[in-house]
Write a protein that binds this ligand. Sequence first.
Ligand code: DON
Length: 319
Amino acid sequence: GAVGQAVSTGAVPPGGHIDELLSRAYRHAERHREGAVADYIPILAQADPEAFGLCVADVEGGLHELGDTRTEFSIQSISKVFVYALLCDAYGHERVLDVVGVNNTGLAFNSVVAIELNDGHPMNPMVNAGAIATTALVAGDTPERRWTTVLDGLSRFAGRALEVDDEVYRSESATNHRNRAIAQLLGSYGRIEGDPLAVVDVYTRQCALRVDARDLAVMGATLADGGVNPLTGERVVSADVCRDSLAVLAASGLYERSGEWLFEIGLPGKSGVSGGLVTVAPGKAGIGAYAPRLDPAGNSVRGQIATAYLSRALGLNVF
Ligand code: DON
């Protein structure tokens, strides 16, 4: 595969076969116990803090897995990039650019003040405000139709039929006052057409989709592969949309930590509060990680450390 090519062309230290490097990255990251499992969505607090899975999916369909790569968790914010890509594919990124934006807020993912500071503009599709504004634009005359579009699209990225974790959906629905406030605020600025709370409901379902680290790697590999899922061979979005989505991730994929991430890893990535992390090496591979302990910005600690190791060992930094 393409990652193997990087190995054989001398981009990594001698003896660096992909599986050996994966195992070194895993053991290196496994020592880290800092960070905390998210608990603002009550059910997420039940996650096993020691769970750790790491998977590389290359653009030729090769899979390399270690640890808990088949443990399912809710996709959370990682859904944002894939919904954004589907929307850009449907409408063209210019229209979405205008409504949602592509600049980092420098503030937390669920910031309300960021909206106020920017005259009601959500700024980028990776923070909650921008993701809710993005989901609001998904085609469909009813929330149910919009939901089907999201579900089908994300399933095509994963190459299998994804399902909602009902417990997570209910737990977040019962406690997401802040997202409802964000949506109402966007509505007050005329940035959401229709019922803002119906949009939050679709967004909450999209965040509750169950995936594993292997799914994330395949979804990332689809973006790495110019929009073609390397397992199914299906084109999910255009190559232009992949390029634009990866640029947005580079700027905002890890929220206010995006600059540090890009500096250390040099690849676009997206985190989620349940501990998932997807990283994209354009033209080469997707890396999926799952480890629920998070840094203060809401990014998987072990996921970041393992990905940094792999990026260096495989020479994946795009800069
Ligand atoms: O809207 C929320 O708060 C969650 N459904 C998703 C947030 C999230 O994953 C932030 N990422 N690290």
